[in-house]
Design a protein around this ligand. Structure first.
Ligand code: ZN
Ligand code: ZN
Length: 131
C-alpha cells in the first residue's frame, strides 16, 4: 500500500507520540515539522484513510487517534487508557474477538468498528503514587 507524504507523516507522528493524539495536536505537529503546511481537513482526511486501512484507531472517549500495533489483520482493538499520564496500551485477545463475533452472529449484526476502551490507571502511575 502506498501512503502519501502527509498520511505517512501523520502515522509517524502518532507512533512517536505513543499515546492517543487529537487531530488538532497533529495539525500543530505537522506545522512544526515545517515539511508541509497543512490544515485540519487534510489531517482529518488522512486519519479517515488510515482508519479505513486499519492502521489507526480512534479513541472515542478522548476524541483522539492511536496507531494500531497489529494492523496486518482485521481485529478488535482493546485499549487500556491511563487517566493519569494519558498513555495507552493495546492488547490483543482472541477470546474477546470470538465473543463479539459470536454475539454479533446471534443478533445477525454486521459489526464494523470494534474498539474497546478501558479507562483506569497504568502500572507506572500506580507505582509512582505509591498506591
Ligand atoms: Zn489494533
Ligand atoms: Zn499512567
Amino acid at each position: 500500500m502506498r501512503l502519501t507524504k502527509s498520511r505517512r507523516l501523520i502515522l509517524e507522528l502518532l507512533w512517536k507520540s505513543g499515546r492517543p493524539t487529537g487531530a488538532y495536536e497533529l495539525v500543530k505537529s505537522m506545522q512544526h515539522t515545517g515539511i508541509e503546511s497543512v490544515g485540519p481537513p487534510t489531517v482529518y482526511r488522512a486519519l479517515e484513510f488510515l482508519m479505513k486501512q486499519g492502521l489507526v484507531s480512534k479513541i472515542e472517549s478522548r476524541n483522539a487517534y492511536i496507531p494500531c500495533t497489529h494492523p496486518e489483520r482485521n481485529h478488535i482493538c482493546l485499549f487500556f487508557l491511563c487517566g493519569s499520564c494519558g498513555n495507552s496500551v493495546e492488547f490483543e485477545d482472541q477470546r474477546l474477538e470470538r465473543l463479539i463475533a459470536e454475539n454479533a452472529a446471534q443478533l445477525k449484526f454486521k459489526a464494523a468498528r470494534r474498539v474497546v476502551e478501558v479507562e483506569g490507571i497504568c502500572e507506572r502511575c500506580l507505582t509512582a503514587s505509591g498506591a
